[in-house]
Design a protein around this ligand. Structure first.
Ligand SMILES: NC(=O)c1ccc[n+]([C@@H]2O[C@H](COP(=O)([O-])OP(=O)(O)OC[C@H]3O[C@@H](n4cnc5c(N)ncnc54)[C@H](OP(=O)(O)O)[C@@H]3O)[C@@H](O)[C@H]2O)c1
Length: 320
């Protein structure tokens, strides 16, 4: 039997989940889980594969012979910024369960804002029986920035609920029943129609700080709630939090749902925690299912070793 290269696992996930998912994974191959103390000083030279999520900056100097790097998540900004990233294929994680989870989060937040859930929670706490005027989903246009795997699934599911949807991406997309826009030239028209803005963009040089005061001021104010809502499940580096706080305080934005932040974990004294018009979740919109991640990596390694092209390759120059 040909020698199978060991695989390095360097995932800052819940350690027990990684350990359990490793049972039975990568059969016939040595697994070097860097979370195990026994591997702290392990020689990692000559190893072909690594699965990484928020690795230590010395990973690539310790493992200089990697042939493929696998991201533990859909985003790869955490890998592209690691020092010494070798010029080898970088594969991101694309998986049904991850996609579904993100759509659950997006749909849940659109519904929370549509159905004015915070206002009803406050009234319930105060034992106040009061009917608020209730628009329906079809009265609201949800604009999704990022029409990749996640954005397209979210749009599909929002459509099932009756929301009107529009989308924006780098290259023009054709999606049945959805008006789509692309690039800088399409952004203003897209924003002008958008009542609930959903961010599902990767973090790149082009998207860093894209959700800023200028962008918020271009969103539609003619929707049923009179002011737009911002929902970000992409990356915190894409939002300018000083601008976001000001927009939420002044009414430029009515409300927000934030799963991602400029600095994570969000500091305990961040004003976002206490804002009545903000839902905060701790970067859990679409956590990777570790078993699904390992079977995806096994599948890609099998393709690679049999000479088939790898899937879900990252375009290093585009940054995603
Ligand atoms: N919060 C969480 O738990 C969580 C979980 C998973 C992922 N995420 C985030 O979600 C992001 C999206 O994931 P995905 O799988 O949908 O990625 P994807 O399939 O690569 O799609 C990315 C989308 O963003 C668009 N885009 C990229 N740069 C752009 C730019 N400068 N201007 C306009 N559009 C741009 C792309 O345009 P084109 O279609 O033209 O290429 C594409 O439509 C990930 O990168 C990650 O950061 C968050």
């Amino acid at each position: 039997m040909p020698h199978k290269s060991p695989i390095i696992i360097d995932l800052k996930f819940i350690p027990l989940e990684v350990m359990q998912a490793l049972k039975g994974a990568f059969s016939g191959r040595e697994v070097i889980n860097l979370a195990d103390v026994e591997h702290v000083r392990r020689d990692l030279r000559g190893i072909d594969y690594a699965v990484v999520w928020k690795s230590a900056p010395d990973l690539f100097s310790r493992a200089p012979d990697l042939k493929v790097v696998f991201s533990g998540g859909a985003g790869v900004d955490h890998v592209l910024t690691l020092p010494g990233l070798p010029d080898v294929p970088l594969v991101r994680f694309v998986d049904r369960s991850l996609t579904t989870r993100m759509s659950e989060w997006v749909v849940m937040n659109c519904l929370l804002h549509l159905r004015q859930h915070r206002a009803y929670e406050a009234r319930a706490k105060a034992h106040v029986w009061e009917d608020l005027s209730q628009p329906e989903a079809a009265d609201v246009t949800v604009g999704v920035m990022g029409l990749g795997v996640l954005g397209q699934d979210a749009i599909k599911k929002l459509g099932v609920l009756g929301f009107r949807t529009v989308g924006w991406s780098r290259s023009k997309k054709a999606i049945d029943g959805v008006e789509t826009f692309s690039g800088g030239e399409g952004l203003e028209a897209f924003l002008g129609q958008t009542d609930f803005l959903v961010g599902l963009l990767p973090l790149t040089d082009e998207t860093r700080g894209i959700f800023n005061a200028g962008l918020f001021s271009k969103l539609s104010r003619s929707g049923p709630f009179g002011a737009p809502v911002f929902i970000n499940g992409g990356r915190g580096g894409s939002q300018v939090e000083a601008d976001l706080l000001a927009a939420l305080a002044s009414g430029v934005l009515r409300a927000a749902s934030l799963d991602v932040f400029e600095q994570e974990p969000l500091s305990r004294d961040s004003p976002f925690w206490d804002m009545e018009n903000v839902y905060v979740t701790p970067h859990v919109a679409a956590s990777s299912d570790v078993r699904a991640l390992f079977s995806h990596v096994e599948h890609q390694i099998a393709r690679f070793e049999s000479g088939q092209p790898l899937e879900y390759l990252v375009d290093r120059s585009a940054g995603y």
